[in-house]
Ligand binder design. Structure first.
Ligand SMILES: [Zn+2]
Ligand SMILES: [Zn+2]
Length: 109
């Protein structure tokens, strides 16, 4: 399961697409960056900048959830950001995922 990254929100979803729909409806970007709390006129530009230039994982989570870019040079960044979002927001106990490394259930300690 993937959990909503917003503090105090109990929403969980099996799929990233559903979580993306949830955050866009329930938590629209309102001029404040959800990752670092700073205020910007164009929050999405700031988030995209942090992701593209600094590969910042906190911002990548939100980039993966809010970015509407399709194809082109953005798609590589976006799919990385979505991988980050999925590994950061994964809450299914019994199954752990760190980036591209998957730990099998039977390897649990
Ligand atoms: Zn939420
Ligand atoms: Zn920020």
């Amino acid at each position: 399961m993937l959990k909503c990254p917003y503090h105090g929100c109990k929403f969980k979803s099996k799929t990233l697409m559903r979580l993306i729909r949830h955050v866009r409806v329930r938590h629209p970007l309102n001029g404040k960056c959800p990752a670092c709390g700073r205020e910007f006129k164009e929050v999405m530009c700031h988030i995209a900048h942090e992701v593209r230039d600094n590969a910042d994982e906190d911002h990548a989570v939100y980039y993966g959830l809010y970015s509407k870019s399709k194809g082109g040079s953005q798609s590589k960044v976006l799919s990385w950001a979505r991988d980050v979002a999925m590994s950061v927001l994964e809450v299914d106990d019994g199954f752990v995922e760190f980036g591209r490394v998957r730990c099998r259930r039977d390897e649990r300690v």
